[in-house]
Design a protein around this ligand. Structure first.
Ligand code: ADP
Length: 267
């Protein structure tokens, strides 16, 4: 039996295929771009090739992410919110987790979960680029670094500089002016950039009353600078799942498998 989850995000699209025992059979990731259906098609084709199946062999599939409605008819039987999918996906790797912090390209969420990956509370920001991957991408551009490299280099900071602007556009000029100040170590500015994201997202963490163990999902979980800044602020080790960027698609695939089982009275 093959079940699928597809997460059409603002930046990337992931597909995960699972079998009836929730074993991961294949995963893929492509850039979303502006042609959402093409991205979905490509992501499914990569996974199907890995497994040696066609889309017709998939018994049930669930879509999630900002493009989840657009691909519903063609690529999925049902849609779920990203919150539901990240909760399930995080629970797959860490059943002990009681909180999920998901930071993607254009939004951030704090989700309180129970032992089966059900949602017990959440808070989200999808109105402002500050506190999202986009903010980090813009700042990495100013630093002339790839965003992952900026994360790693920020670990060399000794005295993080405060980046106080709330708005991404103002923060951009603030960072440019910090860089032009003689004697300011760029690593300290990088650490300040990551701390600024964490300050914003921590407001959601507090609002949703997350308690440890806490998992981070979404592409920004791959940013070592953000993970460290969270660990410093929350004073707890953050759990990072395998392939954090595909947690939404994984959760969608689990929901697809569970839905098929309950519809067909299987267990
Ligand atoms: P969406 O679901 O909106 O498409 P993602 O979960 O794919 O978003 O996250 C995209 C963000 O992840 C990017 O904006 C970027 O900041 C971050 N990111 C992606 N890859 C890496 C990496 N290798 N290292 C650090 N950050 C990364």
């Amino acid at each position: 039996m093959i079940f699928a989850g597809i997460d059409i995000g603002s930046t990337t699209t992931e597909v995960v295929l699972l079998d009836e025992n929730k074993k991961i059979l294949a995963t893929s990731q492509v850039l979303t771009g502006f042609a959402l259906e093409e991205a979905a098609e490509k992501a499914f084709a990569i996974c199907c090739e890995q497994v040696g199946c066609t889309r017709a062999d998939i018994l049930y599939s669930v879509s999630t992410g900002y493009g989840r409605e657009l691909v519903l008819a063609e690529f999925a039987d049902e849609q779920y919110t990203e919150i539901a999918c990240h909760a399930k996906g995080a629970n797959y790797w860490f059943p002990e987790a009681r909180g999920v912090i998901d930071i993607g390209g254009q939004d951030s969420k704090a989700i309180a979960i129970n032992d089966v990956g059900g949602i017990t509370g959440f808070a989200m920001n999808d109105k402002c680029a500050a506190g999202t991957g986009r903010f980090l991408d813009v700042m990495a551009g100013i630093m002339g670094l790839d965003v992952g490299e900026m994360g790693r280099q920020s670990l060399l900071a000794t005295k993080p500089v405060l980046v106080s602007s709330i708005c991404t556009v103002f923060a951009e000029s603030e960072v440019i002016s910090l860089l032009s100040k003689k004697g300011t170590d760029p690593h300290d500015i990088m650490a300040g950039i990551h701390e600024s994201v964490v300050r914003r997202v921590n407001m959601l963490v507090q609002k949703a009353q997350l308690i440890p163990p806490i998992v981070m999902s979404g592409g920004v979980a791959k940013n070592a600078g953000v993970v460290k800044a969270f660990e410093d602020v929350l004073k707890t080790k953050i759990l990072i799942p395998e392939d954090p960027q595909s947690i939404g698609a994984l959760g969608a695939a689990i929901l697809a498998r569970n839905k098929y089982f309950s519809k067909n009275n299987l267990n």
